[in-house]
Write a protein that binds this ligand. Structure first.
Ligand SMILES: C[S@@+](CC[C@H](N)C(=O)[O-])C[C@H]1O[C@@H](n2cnc3c(N)ncnc32)[C@H](O)[C@@H]1O
Length: 208
């Protein structure tokens, strides 16, 4: 048995409607590995139940899987904004949101994340950063003023397939950006942070 299978089978089961999105993403998308998946999805759901956020911002929707996990612990009057620049995903995402019990909370915005964030007149209890790796620090700086004091930011893929430990190819812009982001975050005094070895690395930050 693989460690991943052991972890999954000793964690909360994947809800059926999310398992369906997981399967259809694997059937229809070229890069289904981008989806958070069973284990990380249950971690996001657990954080959401702990924080009970009224306002959530997700940067990088893909097929809507992680957005629906984050919606699970939100109150009925909560709003989750999720941004993706790929307009070809729009109808699939909306179909997935509408098939869920959280559809009323979900607000999909198609556009470039940095442009959309600058026009959002909201403050957030929780932000999930999971889009272009080269832009992580820019997303962080753009969202931090919009995060409530004591609010949380999660950044995905911060171990980047363990490339953070290996010699870096100078042409590999994504790995360089993740290394710079991790190094910057580790000394930024505006937040408390912990890099959790969950899946591909999940950095949890709390605004002071
Ligand atoms: C890793 S996937 C998101 C996975 C999703 N959060 C999940 O866990 O199921 C990254 C997504 O970010 C989107 N993206 C990349 N660059 C972007 C940008 N500049 N603005 C908005 N979305 C972007 C991509 O289209 C892609 O769907």
């Amino acid at each position: 048995m693989k460690l991943e299978d052991y972890i999954n089978s000793h964690s909360e089961a994947e809800p059926e409607f999310l398992a369906k999105i997981n399967r259809s993403t694997h059937l229809r998308m070229i890069n289904p590995r981008m989806l958070s998946g069973h284990f990380q999805g249950r971690v996001l759901s657990m954080f959401s139940h702990m924080i009970k956020p009224e306002r959530v911002l997700e940067i990088g929707t893909f097929t809507g899987y992680s957005a629906l996990c984050l919606a699970e612990g939100m109150p009925d009057n909560g709003i989750l904004y999720t941004i993706d620049c790929d307009d070809e995903l729009e109808s699939f995402i909306l179909q997935n949101f509408e098939a869920s019990e959280h559809s009323k909370k979900m607000k999909l915005i198609i556009g470039d994340a940095l442009e959309v964030i600058s026009g959002l007149d909201e403050t957030f209890d929780l932000v999930f950063i999971d889009a272009d790796k080269a832009e992580y620090q820019a997303y962080y700086e753009a969202v931090l003023p919009k995060v409530k004091k004591g609010g949380y930011i999660l950044a995905d893929n911060t171990l980047w397939d363990e490339k953070v430990l290996k010699p870096v190819d100078p042409k590999d812009k994504d790995t360089i950006a993740i290394l710079e982001f991790n190094s910057f975050i580790s000394t930024d005094q505006r937040i408390e942070k912990v890099l959790l070895p969950i899946r591909d690395g999940l950095t949890l930050m709390r605004k002071k």
